[in-house]
Write a protein that binds this ligand. Structure first.
Ligand code: SF4
Length: 362
């Protein structure tokens, strides 16, 4: 076994994090955990993972469930395409692989929602295959360890890092090795200034010797987030409120209140409601402001309330939803302030930092 791998495994045996998805050789559980962990903090996933598995204990149960139930179980975790792909992938595995996730990483990558990283994680952790799993943590650790000082995401560098990762994976305990690298990146070789004094790999580390670990990995500059103002309108009709299930890529399948891009006064907003929703509504009243941060954009929302003149029928693409049914629909965290205004509850802003912007940060 390579000296680096031996030192890493020795450290992992002493310092590994106790996480509920560890200690099993169960490909489905590994898949769910890895899907949840993409772009999301471990602390956030800890609250969702047991609930999700309780609701969908097996791959077959997930494949059998309605899509909306799966998105509902994912509510608040963000990046909902992960939930949809997990569900589609589960159906695919039932149809094409007899309900069992394949062992071969190349076959795994053909399953909807499983990319190279997840394929490596599932194959090594659940099936003891000696293959790497290269995520942001691993790119960061290996860039520092081997002194990769050019854009780590460029194809050639990325390939080089993947080759370095593959060369390190041992024949024995490949899953533990991959998880050890993930843990090291998450707890010691962290973004910014790493804690090299606690690192089992410092004796082998190029960046530690050179003293430039904090500058690595080299990454392209993140694009600034686009800030979009919206008027969100709560349009009541009796005990119901107008809603729409989104078809856009962002938050697809989740339910939102009508939204008008731009800044409006109540006087400007009313004719928009009439024109775009074909509803005769009273002058909207401002309720509350809210801000929601996505990876690449920020919604600056002003939330208004109004009532549709009876008898109101929903415009095409919308539904009047009974207030009592709101809890059964998958709603994005971006609508939390609007729901609180609607139900007259106190609103505490969601934490935008749940979602990681930096692709190399877990
Ligand atoms: Fe990262 Fe420091 Fe360890 Fe190198 S010595 S791998 S920079 S924590």
């Amino acid at each position: 076994m390579d000296r680096i791998t031996a030192a890493l495994l020795e450290w992992y045996d002493r310092c590994s994090r106790v996480l509920p998805w560890r200690g099993f050789h169960d490909a489905y559980r590994t898949w769910v955990s890895e899907a949840m962990l993409q772009q999301t903090r471990v602390e956030t996933v800890l609250a969702y993972y047991p609930r999700f598995l309780e609701r969908f204990p097996t791959l077959a149960a997930l494949a059998d469930a309605p899509e909306q139930d799966v998105i509902k179980a994912w509510e608040g975790l963000g990046y909902y395409s992960r939930a949809r792909n997990l569900w589609k992938g589960a159906k695919q595995v039932m149809q094409e692989y007899g309900g069992v996730l394949p062992r071969d990483p190349d076959q795994l990558r053909r399953v909807c929602g499983i990319g190279p990283y997840s394929a490596g994680a599932i194959a090594s952790i659940a099936y003891d295959m000696s293959v790497p799993a290269v995520d942001g943590n691993v790119i960061r650790v290996l860039s520092r360890l081997y002194g990769v000082r050019t854009n780590a995401l460029e194809t050639e560098n990325r390939r080089r890092i993947e080759c370095l990762a593959a060369a390190l994976v041992p024949a024995e305990r490949p899953g533990d090795h991959n998880q050890a690298l993930m843990d090291l990146g998450a707890t010691v070789c962290v973004p910014g200034t790493p804690d090299c004094g606690r690192c089992p790999l410092s004796a082998f580390c190029d960046a530690f010797r050179s003293g430039d670990a904090a500058e690595l990995p080299v990454l392209p500059k993140a694009k600034p987030q686009k800030v979009i103002p919206y008027a969100v309108v709560l349009i009541r009709s009796g005990g119901r409120v107008l809603m729409r299930q989104r078809t856009e890529r962002l938050l697809q399948g989740l339910w939102c209140f009508p939204m008008f891009e731009g800044e409006y006064t109540p006087e400007d907003l009313r004719p928009q409601i009439m024109k775009k929703l074909r509803l005769d509504a009273a002058l909207p009243v401002f309720a509350v402001s809210a801000r929601h941060v996505f990876t690449h954009q920020v919604w600056e929302m002003r939330i208004y309330e109004t009532g549709a003149q009876a008898p109101a029928s929903a415009p095409a693409g919308y539904e009047f939803v009974p207030l009592g049914s709101l809890k059964d629909l998958p709603l994005p965290a971006a609508m939390n302030a609007a729901v609180a205004a609607l139900t007259r509850q106190a609103y505490s802003p969601c934490t935008p930092c749940r979602i990681r912007r930096d692709p190399l940060w877990r």
